[in-house]
Design a protein around this ligand. Sequence first.
Ligand code: PLP
Length: 395
Amino acid sequence: MKINRNFDNLVPSYLFAEIASRTAAYVKAHPDNRLIRMGIGDVTLPLPPIAVEALRRGADELGVKETFKGYPEYEGYDFVREAVAGYYRSFGVTVAADEVFISDGAKSDTGNIGDIFGADNTVLVTDPVYPVYVDANIMAGRKIVYAPCLKENDFLAMPDKSLSPDMIYLCSPNNPTGAAYSAEQLRAWVDYANEHDAVILYDAAYEAFITDGSPRSIFAIEGARTCAIEFCSLSKTAGFTGTRCGYTVIPKELVRDGHSLRDLWYRRQATKFNGVSYPVQCAAAAVFSEEGLRQVHENLAYYQENARVISAALDEMGIYYTGGKNSPYIWLECPNGLGSWEFFDLLLNEAQVVGTPGEGFGAQGEGYLRLTSFNSRENTVEAVQRIKKLLSSSV
Ligand code: PLP
């Protein structure tokens, strides 16, 4: 018996364990100092009331013989797929309901999509990167190439003619950098993928944070329907990180190696996935109603204002950063040439603020730190004041 030896090639991730251990050591030594956690990668505001009502209604229906439901359809109920298609229409993008697959989230789908692709494909990811794309493809034994994101390219890597990837993971607005591609930049990726017979795996989990008119979907770009799959999620849009619901869109025109990728994904889901629970799908559909989107935007506005508070302080201090405008993430250059962990320690020990060292997201993250806008307004304002005070005295 042999295990999947590709697991030997995974690089252990100590990032969050190391943050927890350094933070715990600080708290133990200084029990009276109040920490502010600005590395939170999870939402903190509760579900919109309309989603909670829909969850209750769905559960009630399951408790009544006449409305009880068993296994849902693998691809999601029609009413949710229609609601997702309507949501796309609301920002000018056409996708058909039967191109939408409802799932338990973008993490599963961005990781599992590899099931429909051969193991000898080369995968391009950006560096820094959301680690799921890397680890899922290492487990599958694929070769990975890295597109560096640097200050020089505003942390938005562009196609490199010297690499010839088959699968291209793009995430915009990006985790961890918060940077979002413009239509023109996405157009270059779409043209590249169509020319090279590659497929773009586009993670739009943070599209709802876009405020400056940047594309909310790869399908806003002409030509994307023949080269892209889009993953999206209600996690950050509507606070569903614990409720679990996402969606993946695969256009009917997307064909590779003589096969419809939409049909392959349907076959994959039918084999390995039994759908999302009915109450959760009711809640998802409620989120996409007019009132649902109104409630969602109230929560998003709260996080966006926190991001603005952080960005404004960095502007004032003259610190280079990306994100904050179209994203809950702010990716900042550590002052005075400090390394990611050095700056992490400085903030922890001298300002009692906890960030996330950029190095944990890839080699190009060294020298950067990620802050997030998911804490409360009061804590965000205080954290920013503490950072300003610290840097004005020590830098
Ligand atoms: N994609 C990106 C880029 C993320 O940052 C996250 C969560 O942090 C996810 C996907 C996961 O989304 P979900 O909760 O829908 O699985």
